[in-house]
Design a protein. Structure first.
Length: 345
């Protein structure tokens, strides 16, 4: 029995206990290579599409598919089939809370393909319309890493052996009758809370990532807000923010240095220099009005008012506002004041 657990093992074991989704059936599969595709995919310009929606003809099956996820978190798919051979059919399915919109779209297409196969349809022109370009592109790829996409791809290829199958993109919410009806059906499916066990479809990799990321973000914020040190940094960054982090990391080297220094408070402004006993006073040497903190430099010091109006147009008199100020503007302001390059007095 192994008793000497490393910290990473403990983290993984905790995650498995906290998130049962990790142990549920997964959608991710080892990469499968599949070619050639027996069906055609069409993604046209929006303007070209409206005119090309033709009326029903003999030996033609037109399918409209859609997937949806409501604010309640539940997903559903909707399918509408127009055909002289099969008649007009429509149905919707509830797909539970773990299904993503992309999976719901794929599920709708798969349902169409299975229905056609089940009815032994041959020598027909079959068009499956979807408003999901992502689904069409995923199904057209010869490399597949998703169980759902793989299953759908095989089902379409199966019916394409004896039919001419086209997978076609139509713009969503553009008053195209078939798409609007499929959308209504998908929403109807999403509005039903399933009674069976979840997950209805295999859990997508992005769902697991999102669950873990959200929890990591919550844990990070909890740890950050409960700290008693880092006072200045917590004033300028009250909560962690991935978007601001990305913006900071995209800055040029000197800008990155300035912004990191000002947001953390570890810079040559007099407040910090006084704390580190490198200055006799914490007061701003430019205006002598108050302590020279990052908040004072960015939002208050009257000496830099003209530059502030140019680069930080919104008044930032309280720390809360600094946390909202775009990083690029702060970087430009700091470059132009050159205060961080000056030697403290
Ligand atoms: Zn000042």
């Amino acid at each position: 029995m192994i008793t000497n657990k490393t910290s990473h093992r403990i983290i993984c074991e905790k995650a498995l206990r906290r998130y049962p989704e990790i142990l549920m059936p997964q959608d991710k599969i080892p990469t499968k290579i599949h070619f050639p595709q027996k069906f055609t995919t069409v993604i046209e310009e929006r303007t070209a599409i409206k005119g090309s929606l033709t009326a029903q003809r003999t030996n033609t099956i037109t399918c409209w598919t859609d997937g949806s996820k409501l604010d309640t978190g539940y997903s559903g798919s909707g399918v509408l089939i127009n055909s002289q051979t099969l008649g007009d059919i429509s149905w919707y399915t509830s797909l539970g809370k773990y299904t993503t919109v992309f999976q719901a779209e794929i599920h709708a297409i798969l349902t169409c393909a299975n229905y056609v196969a089940h009815n032994n349809i041959t020598h027909h022109n079959i068009t499956i319309n979807t408003d999901s370009q992502a689904s069409i592109k995923a199904l057209a790829q010869y490399k597949q890493t998703s169980k759902m996409v793989r299953q759908c791809n095989l089902a379409i290829n199966n019916i394409a052996s004896n039919n001419l199958v086209t997978l076609k993109w139509v713009p969503g919410h553009s008053n195209i009758e078939g798409n609007e009806k499929a959308d209504t059906l998908a929403k109807r499916g999403s509005s039903i809370i399933p009674t069976g066990p979840e997950p209805i479809l295999p859990i997508a990799n992005c769902t697991i990532k999102s669950i873990l990321n959200n929890q990591a973000k919550k844990d990070h914020n909890k740890k950050w807000t409960s700290r008693t040190d880092c006072r200045q940094a917590r004033e300028t960054m009250p909560l962690t923010c991935a978007k601001r982090t990305r913006m900071i990391l995209s800055l040029r080297r000197q800008e990155l240095k300035n912004v990191t220094a000002i947001l953390s408070g570890h810079c040559n402004l007099n407040k910090h220099m006084f704390i580190t006993k490198m200055s006799n006073t914490p007061v701003c040497p430019k205006c002598n009005l108050e302590e020279e903190t990052p908040t004072h430099h960015l939002g208050v010091c009257p000496i830099y008012q003209r530059l502030r109006q140019k680069y930080i147009p919104l008044p930032i008199n309280v720390p809360y506002d600094i946390s909202k100020c775009p990083i690029k503007n702060i970087a430009q302001f700091l470059t132009n004041t050159s205060r961080l390059k000056e030697i403290s007095t």
